[in-house]
Design a protein around this ligand. Structure first.
Ligand SMILES: Nc1ncnc2c1ncn2[C@@H]1O[C@H](COP(=O)(O)OP(=O)(O)O)[C@@H](O)[C@H]1O
Ligand SMILES: [Mg+2]
Length: 336
C-alpha cells in the first residue's frame, strides 16, 4: 500500500543540508497497522509526512497504491492527499468552529456543498467516534480524548484508505490513550484502513500494531512483526523501548540475578503455548527444579504472550529445554 524506495531526506538550514533520514526502503501492507517508534528527533514525523508529501524527499521514490506520489504535479497530488487522512498530537482543530463544522471542513474543502450530504456524513462520523451528543460544542468545551475523536472523524471524512497518526495519543492520559487506540483498532478492522502510527511508547505499539520499525537518529535499526520485535529485540534502542514496557525487575535482571544458582533462562510463550501447563509437565517428566525470577503475561494486539525469567537446576536441564522447545516455547540462555 505504501512503498518507500531508496528514500532519504535532509533539511536545508542556513545553506547546509542537515540529514534527517538516511537512505531506506520500506513496504507497508494494505490493511495493516504499522508502527514507527523512536525517540524525539529520530525522524518519525519526517518519515510519516513523506507519505502524503507534506515533506518532499531529497531522493528516492514514494508510492501509495500504484501511484508514484513523488512524480505527481500539484493538482494530482492534492487529489491523492484526500485519500490519506492524518491526526496529530495536538489535534489541530479549528477553535472557532463547532465539532460538526470541524468534521465537515475537509469535505467542504473537497468541494462538497450539499447541506444534507454534509449533515448525514458528519452524523455518521460522529456516531462512529462516539461524539453524537457533542456536535454543536466548540473544541474548548471538550476533553483531550474527545478532541482527538473529532480529529479522527475529520481525518475519515473523505473516506481515505490510509490514516497517518503522528503521536496521536502522546498528549492523553493512559486510560484515554487506551480508548483512542481501541477506536483506531476498530477503524482498521471495520473500514479496512491502513494505519501508520508514530509513537515513542512501546505500549502503544504492543496494543494496536501488526508490524513495527524502530527509528534511531534517522536510521531504521530494526523492523518486523510486533511479536518478534517485542519478544526478541536485537538493537540496543529497541531493547530500551521494550524494557520500558516491562516491569522494573526485568529491566534490571542482569544485575539482580547474578547471584542466582543454576541456568538462567528466558522463556517466551506466544499464542496457545501461553495457556497450556507445559512448564509444569516438563518439570515433572524430567525432574528439574525451577524458580521464577520475573514474569509477565499480556497480549500483543489479540495474541496472548508470556515471558518468564527463571533459574533451572537438575541433572536433566538439557532434556527439559528440548521438550520445552518441542512444545513451541522459545528459550534464551541468559548466563551462558
Ligand atoms: N522543518 C525542518 N527544518 C529543519 N530541520 C528539521 C525540520 N523538521 C525536522 N527537522 C530536524 O529533523 C530531525 C528529525 O525531526 P522529526 O522528524 O521531527 O523527529 P521526531 O518526529 O522523531 O521527533 C530533527 O533533528 C529535527 O530537528
Ligand atoms: Mg515528531
Amino acid at each position: 500500500m505504501i512503498r518507500f524506495v531508496d528514500v532519504h531526506k535532509s533539511y536545508r538550514v542556513d545553506r547546509r543540508d542537515i540529514p534527517a533520514l538516511q537512505p531506506f526502503s520500506l513496504d507497508i501492507a494494505d490493511g495493516e497497522v504499522f508502527g514507527i517508534i523512536g525517540l524525539s528527533g529520530a525522524g518519525k514525523s519526517t518519515l510519516i509526512r513523506l507519505i502524503n508529501l507534506l515533506e518532499r524527499p531529497s531522493g528516492g521514490k514514494i508510492l501509495v497504491g500504484d501511484i508514484e506520489m513523488t512524480a505527481l504535479a500539484e493538482p494530482a497530488l492534492r487529489e491523492q492527499r484526500r485519500r490519506i487522512g492524518m491526526i496529530f498530537q495536538h489535534f489541530n482543530l479549528l477553535a472557532s468552529q463547532t465539532v460538526a463544522d470541524n468534521v465537515a471542513f475537509p469535505m467542504r474543502l473537497a468541494g462538497e456543498r450539499n447541506a444534507a450530504t454534509l449533515r448525514d456524513r458528519v452524523n455518521e462520523l460522529l456516531a462512529r467516534v462516539g461524539l453524537t451528543a457533542h456536535a454543536d460544542k466548540y473544541p474548548s468545551q471538550l476533553s483531550g480524548g474527545q478532541k482527538q475523536r473529532v480529529g479522527i472523524a475529520r481525518a475519515l471524512a473523505n473516506r481515505p484508505s490510509i490514516l497517518l497518526c503522528d503521536e496521536a495519543t502522546s498528549a492523553l492520559d493512559p486510560q484515554t490513550t487506551a480508548s483512542v487506540l481501541e477506536l483506531l483498532a476498530e477503524i482498521n478492522r471495520e473500514l479496512k484502513l491502513t494505519i501508520v502510527l508514530i509513537t515513542h511508547e512501546m505500549d502503544v505499539v504492543r496494543r494496536v500494531c501488526d508490524r513495527v520499525a524502530v527509528l534511531d537518529a534517522g536510521v531504521i535499526v530494526e523492523s518486523g512483526t510486533v511479536v518478534d520485535v517485542f519478544l526478541h529485540p536485537q538493537h540496543a534502542t529497541t531493547k530500551r523501548f521494550v524494557n520500558e514496557a516491562l516491569p522494573e525487575e526485568t529491566a534490571g535482571e542482569q544485575t539482580a540475578f547474578s547471584q542466582v544458582q543454576g541456568r538462567l533462562l528466558r522463556l517466551s510463550f506466544r499464542g496457545d503455548t501461553t495457556l497450556t501447563p507445559t512448564l509444569g509437565r516438563v518439570a515433572r517428566e524430567t525432574g528439574i527444579d525451577f524458580n521464577i525470577l520475573a514474569g509477565r503475561i499480556d497480549r500483543i494486539k489479540h495474541l496472548p504472550y508470556g515471558q518468564l525469567t527463571l533459574a533451572m537446576q537438575g541433572e536433566r536441564v538439557d532434556a527439559a529445554l528440548v521438550a520445552l522447545r518441542e512444545a513451541g516455547i522459545e528459550i534464551e540462555e541468559l548466563n551462558r
